[in-house]
Write a protein that binds this ligand. Structure first.
Ligand code: FAD
Ligand code: NAI
Length: 469
């Protein structure tokens, strides 16, 4: 059958693009090769199978465990100490993945998107050869092709992934809580998965190459985060250069040069390597077709996600830009609408970033250091959750909201470290997207008692007139 659009990859970029294409009346097929541990196809890509959703499932389970074991008594709730059943915890995560992946199949049926399970190779600018998961081959002809093949973990030459040394995939699958857990990389994955296993009882050390903690995050927020994570027991060592990794039967030994330039060594039961991700383009046939890539291997695209071949587009992690599920989805929707004849562009200036630790970290827009570097005059307001009633009721009066605006009040950035920051940041996204001023937030009425009152107060603080602090 001939299609208007063939999408390669059913992650949050690909499956969303496919659904939007179909909604717009385009005959669409989505091809995906993912096969899970049970040897079954599973739509949803990295995000659903080994990324966003499973990591958040484990973060929620471990958060609940820590709350029960460490906070329940202060609520007057007596709980008999319960050992963790890791098998059940992982089964819950896997059940969520299965349910959500079935949901994508259901959405494909509802929207009349054809789904093909196999590995796609682009053989001509309108032809795809698919090596089917079940064996055999099928050809797909399409007027437009959207590449959404995502990314894979960067590996370290010293550390081949096996039973004791794992990447983000293995770190979601430990069958028992490791006593000593080492992590290389204090990025988003290192912090989120480090938090999971620490809460469940591991002694966690994170070795980070950069001397700065979370360098792209607003400096105030990063400082507060480091203080919080260290006090929780995460042993974060900055400025460490890993030189050697040896894997014995019983432990993994990591030799590194510490921040003072001295050689040090640590031993771990398990080691997670979380040093970034790289675009995945294997088997796509890009070179044969002459599709350009940049020097880091990302497919080169223009602002409309169009490659150097007019009818071939690339979206999400396989292109340069934030490696975030919601960026991939936004790219996909824009491309679908443009193929359908609209003239759409996407504005990523207010894209939200979240680190799902506890307290959570979330931000949108410019950091203070960026404004200083660009010599942009700005005003700042800040409000601590220490002065917020709801945060106290939740046992998490930690962190703060920080708001940055131009001299005349237009909001340029919102930065939050605190409880439920991931949800609160939607306020910042709206404010920045619609060029609101901090005065607009001041004029809004926020429900009491809510965490969002801290956003209201941070806007008041721009004029140094907070009520509660
Ligand atoms: P992917 O999700 O990687 O999907 C690509 C799909 O293409 C895969 O299914 C793959 O099998 C398929 N494919 C590849 N090549 C072919 C081929 N030749 N033929 C057929 N199919 C092919 N982002 C967030 O926004 N929030 C989070 O909380 C978050 N948490 C994360 C946690 C972890 C542990 C990890 C690893 C990532 C996390 N991310 C998070 C990042 C997020 O998962 C990615 O940004 C997102 O999945 C990118 O979507 P994508 O559609 O571009 O690619
Ligand atoms: P990352 O880029 O966030 O962090 C990698 C860290 O490893 C960096 O701090 C880097 O300095 C460090 N590093 C690199 N090489 C090293 C070495 N040899 N020794 C020690 N440290 C080293 O990458 P991460 O955590 O692997 O995540 C990949 C991507 O997945 C992220 O960039 C993010 O876009 C996405 N993601 C998003 C999440 C979210 O939105 N909440 C959650 C998890 C992942």
């Amino acid at each position: 059958m001939k299609y208007d659009v063939a999408v390669i990859g059913a992650g949050p970029g690909g499956y969303v693009a496919a659904i939007r294409c179909a909604q717009l009346g385009l005959k669409t097929i989505c091809i995906d090769k993912w096969i899970n541990d049970m040897q079954k196809a599973s739509l949803g890509g990295t995000c659903l199978n080994v990324g966003c959703i499973p990591s958040k499932a484990l973060l929620d389970s471990s958060h609940l465990y820590e709350a029960i074991s460490e906070e329940a008594s202060s609520h007057g709730i007596s709980v008999k100490p319960a050992p963790i059943n890791v098998e059940t915890l992982l089964a819950r995560k896997n059940e969520i993945i299965g349910r959500m992946s079935q949901g994508i199949s259901g959405l494909f049926s509802k929207n009349k998107v054809d789904s093909l399970l196999g590995t796609a190779t682009i053989s001509a600018n309108n032809m795809i050869r698919v090596a089917l998961n079940d064996g055999g081959e099928q050809a797909v002809e399409a007027t437009n092709i959207i590449i959404a093949t995502g990314s894979v973990p960067v590996s370290l030459p010293q550390a081949a992934v096996e039973q004791s040394i794992v990447d983000n995939e293995g770190a979601l699958e430990f069958d028992e809580v490791p006593e000593e857990l080492g992590i290389i990389g204090a990025g988003v994955i290192g912090l989120e998965l480090g938090s999971v296993w620490r809460r469940l009882g591991s002694k966690v050390t994170i070795l980070e190459m950069s001397p700065e903690f979370l360098p792209t995050v607003d400096r105030d927020i990063a400082k507060e985060a480091l203080k919080n994570f260290k006090s929780q027991g995460l042993n974060i060592k900055l400025g460490c250069k890993v030189t050697e990794i040896e894997n014995d039967d019983d432990y993994v030994s990591v030799t590194y040069e510490n921040a003072k330039g001295e050689e040090d060594e640590m031993e771990f039961e398990k080691l997670i390597v979380a040093v970034g991700r790289k675009p995945f383009t294997d088997n796509l046939g890009l070179d044969e077709l002459g599709i350009n890539r940049d020097d880091r291997g990302f497919i080169a695209v223009n602002e409309q996600c169009q490659t150097n071949i007019d009818n071939i587009f690339a979206i999400g992690d396989v292109t340069n830009g934030p490696m975030l599920a919601h960026r991939a989805s936004k790219d996909g929707i824009m491309v679908a609408e443009n193929i359908a004849g609209k003239d759409k562009s996407a504005n990523y200036q207010s894209i939200p970033w979240v680190v799902y630790t506890w307290p959570e970290i979330a931000w949108a827009g410019a950091t203070e250091q960026e404004l200083k570097e660009k010599n942009i005059a700005y005003k700042a307001g800040k409000f601590p959750f220490l002065a917020n009633g709801r945060a106290h009721a939740m046992n998490c009066a930690k962190g703060f909201v920080k708001i940055l605006s131009t001299e005349d009040g237009t909001i340029l950035g919102m930065h939050i470290i605190g409880p439920n920051a991931s949800e609160l940041i939607a306020n910042g996204v709206t404010a920045i997207s619609h060029k609101l001023s901090f005065n607009d937030i001041i004029e809004e009425i926020h429900a009491h008692p809510t965490l969002s009152e801290a956003i209201h107060e941070s806007a008041l603080d721009v004029e140094k007139r907070t009520i509660h602090f």
